[in-house]
Design a protein around this ligand. Structure first.
Ligand SMILES: [Zn+2]
Length: 336
């Protein structure tokens, strides 16, 4: 039994009500009038000693989670969300907390009178401000998105100070029913993050105030988003130039071909002329990266790739080609 229950008063009772309740009980349990009342009388005296002293009472209330006017706490702040991002509370209890049956289940009896009181909570203001923690998440974007900028939605799970017990875990001596005595409740947040144009690999973006919520006037933590730019073996960069390595087949090298090249402005066709050798370079002017009004180029280097799997017919055709070819590719190799 807590001190309020022992004296039959509530945390809202003023000093005169506490005194009057105490006097009534003394008349019933004082050892002079009730020889069996010794243990009970001790409890009553201890409770009165604390509750009649404002400093001791305040300390007792803070430690045990007693505070006035629980009603406004139940209804407020649960879905009050200053952020424009949608949040979904994980604990279903929070949604039910305005439900009458829920309240009756948890706040019945002696403290029903506390619920109907409108006076504001005083003790929460005396608690020490605690800043929220930062949250770190990673996102990966394609090279194109990194060049052009994009928006990403990140899902974070962050804890919020329990709106019912304000982090004190206990209410009137019992475990808080909203947070089950953890003092916080978890919620999913979907936060839209703007990835700025031209972001470099492994850049950390800071989204202020979107971390874990601070308590008792403390600052919110921040959300840090580390952005990774997907790498591609076929793409390299040289200043503002984008260097592509593009494979072509032997017959494309001989006969010429149109190959698709992915640029920041979309896919374009690059004309490979007949009789192109491996390692030959093609420059697409002005299609590279842009910075401060300057544009780089795309430089495509082609390489002839031989398929791993060749059909018998293809092999026969290569043999035929070998037999009819008069050109010796290594003719001048050792002549110097
Ligand atoms: Zn709670």
């Amino acid at each position: 039994m807590n001190f309020y229950e022992i004296l039959g008063v509530t945390p809202d009772s003023d000093l005169s009500e506490i005194k009057s309740a105490y006097r009534k009980l003394v008349r019933l349990y004082h050892p002079d009038v009730n020889p069996q009342g010794g243990k009970k009388f001790k409890e009553i005296s201890k409770a009165y000693d604390t509750l009649s002293d404002p400093a001791k009472k305040n300390q007792y209330d803070t430690l045990n989670g007693f505070f006035k006017s629980a009603k406004s706490d139940i209804n407020d702040n649960i879905d009050n969300n200053s952020s424009s991002n949608a949040e979904t509370p994980i604990r279903e209890n929070c949604n039910n907390s305005t439900d009458k049956s829920f309240r009756e289940k948890y706040f019945s009896g002696l403290f029903e009178s506390v619920l109907s009181s409108k006076s504001a909570s005083k003790s929460s203001e005396k608690l020490i401000p605690k800043d929220g923690t930062d949250i770190n998440v990673d996102v990966t974007v394609s090279f194109k998105d990194s060049r052009l900028g994009c928006n990403r939605v990140v899902n974070v799970v962050c804890s919020k100070l329990c709106p019912r017990c304000k982090g004190r875990k206990f209410i009137n001596g019992t475990k808080c029913p909203v947070c089950s005595g953890t003092g916080e409740y978890l919620r999913h947040k979907r936060i839209k993050v703007k990835i700025p144009k031209g972001i470099k690999n492994a850049t950390k973006l800071r989204i202020k105030g979107e971390g874990t919520e601070g308590s008792f006037g403390g600052k919110n933590g921040d959300l840090f988003v580390k952005v990774f730019v997907k790498s591609d073996d076929r793409i390299q960069y040289d200043g503002l130039d984008i260097l592509y390595s593009i494979p072509i087949s032997p017959f494309e090298a001989v006969l010429g071909a149109d190959v698709s090249v992915n640029t920041l402005d979309g896919i374009i066709k690059l004309k490979i002329p007949p009789k192109t050798s491996s390692g030959q370079k093609f420059r697409l002017n002005g299609l590279g990266l842009n910075k401060n009004g300057k544009s780089g180029d795309i430089i495509v280097t082609v390489s002839i790739e031989i398929p791993n799997i060749l059909s018998d017919d293809e092999i026969k055709l290569y043999e035929k080609l070998k037999n009819i070819s008069a050109y010796n590719v290594r003719e001048n190799l050792f002549n110097e």
